[in-house]
Design a protein around this ligand. Structure first.
Ligand code: FAD
Length: 367
């Protein structure tokens, strides 16, 4: 009795480590050469530094993601920034202020917080999605940002991959699913065919675009939004990471960690056609002013994640499917399925745990 988890992003890793913890026999199949999916860190040769696919923050409200880290003894790989106080800088007026975690403070920063959490312009976001964010930010501790000490992959991915060991195999792309009646009967990884026994279970922790190729009969959310990140290597390092909200310009948030400053723009589809050179030339003067730096033309890298997350519009929210599928032994996981959370790490962790519980219950694997 084996549970096959396909996809080693955070949802797949959350499902797999949950199953491992429950004593199940688990195999993880990942198409890419390394695990982590959209939540990866990698060495960038231009910067000569480790960077994240994009700056990833957790909030104190993300209790499932923090519990996942605790379970993997990885909470110490994150830094909790307390008390919850966010410096802001208005690039147009030069005004600086600190946003405190009070209901009034959050209301005044509605737009930047909603944009970052939903990756969708608040004007077109579903009210339910907006409520799911702000309804969880009522306590000061829930508003505290948690930042990875050495990169998000080091915290969210590496400890899980180590725990899984040889059960996690990369470079294995699922290309087809065979089924008979209401059961998946085999998984095809190119030429390799893995036959499923009656007791085996499958968790597909894949993005919608991959699911639609494998299960074309499913209706899935198709609307996505981009995130653009600009990374600059600078000559100074802050004593501890500095996070800043930016309004009145291009950058929305900036994180200065070690000697790299990373700027983020959510719902950034309008920037995709712009060249990396042009974007770097727009971002750097903003960051230099925000952090009062004199570096001229630092080394940079622009990263455009075209399909960073599904959109949080009403239409996309309505088309998020539940974990169960028409195949009795196959369930879905991923930040984009119907979790009640936006498409974030918290949603991904929760979806993985829910899928693992379903697979255990369906298969009665342990008994
Ligand atoms: C730039 C950026 C910034 C972000 N910032 C934040 C943030 O600050 N806070 C936050 O909470 N969230 C943030 N997110 C969202 C967060 O990264 C995602 O919610 C989370 O990583 C999704 O995990 P997942 O496992 O659902 O999907 P994915 O990470 O997409 O994982 C799917 C995996 O499946 C694999 N795969 C695909 N097809 C196949 C196949 N056929 N066979 C086998 N494997 C396959 C992929 O390679 C991938 O590893 C950000 C995302 C981006 C892109």
């Amino acid at each position: 009795m084996t549970v096959h988890v396909v996809g080693a992003g955070v949802a797949g890793l959350s499902a797999a480590t949950h199953l491992l913890h429950a004593g199940a026999d688990v195999r993880v199949h990942e198409a890419a050469p390394i695990p982590g999916g959209r939540c990866r860190s990698y060495h960038d040769p231009m910067l000569g530094r480790l960077i994240d696919t994009g700056t990833h923050l957790l909030l104190g409200a993300n209790t499932a993601a923090l519990t996942y880290l605790k379970r993997l003894d990885a909470l110490g790989r994150m830094i909790e920034m307390a008390p919850a106080a966010y410096p802001f800088f208005d690039l147009a007026s030069g005004h600086r202020w600190v946003l405190r975690a009070t209901p009034w403070g959050l209301a005044s920063a509605f737009r930047p917080v909603a944009l970052a959490a939903l990756n969708t312009e608040p004007e077109e976001a579903s009210w339910l999605a907006i409520a799911s964010v702000f309804g969880r930010l009522l306590a000061e501790s829930a508003c505290r940002p948690w930042i990875a000490r050495h990169g998000i992959g080091d915290a969210m991915v590496e400890p899980a991959a180590t725990r899984l060991g040889e059960r996690l195999r990369c470079g294995r792309r699922l290309t087809a699913i065979e089924s008979g009646g209401r059961q998946a009967t085999a998984l095809l990884f190119g030429d390799e065919r893995v036959t499923l026994s009656r007791d085996d279970r499958v968790i597909l922790a894949l993005p919608p675009v991959a699911i639609s190729a494998l299960l074309p009969e499913m209706t899935l959310p198709t609307e996505t939004r981009a995130i653009v990140n600009a990374h600059f290597r600078v000559s100074a390092k802050p004593e501890s990471p500095r996070l800043m909200g930016l309004v009145g310009g291009l950058a929305q948030w900036a994180l200065w960690r070690d000697d790299v400053i990373s700027a983020t723009v959510s719902a950034a589809d309008g920037l995709l056609a712009e060249s990396a050179e042009a974007l770097a030339a727009r971002f750097w003067p903003e960051l230099a002013r925000a952090f009062d730096l004199a570096d001229e033309a630092p080394v940079w890298r622009i990263v455009k994640e075209r399909r960073a997350t599904i959109a949080a519009t009403r239409r996309a929210e309505r088309s998020r499917p539940p974990a169960r599928t028409h195949l009795a032994n196959l369930v879905l996981a991923g930040d984009w399925i119907r979790t009640g959370f936006p498409a974030t790490l918290e949603g991904a962790v929760r979806s993985g745990e829910a899928a693992a519980r379903l697979a255990l219950a369906q298969g009665n694997i342990l008994g």
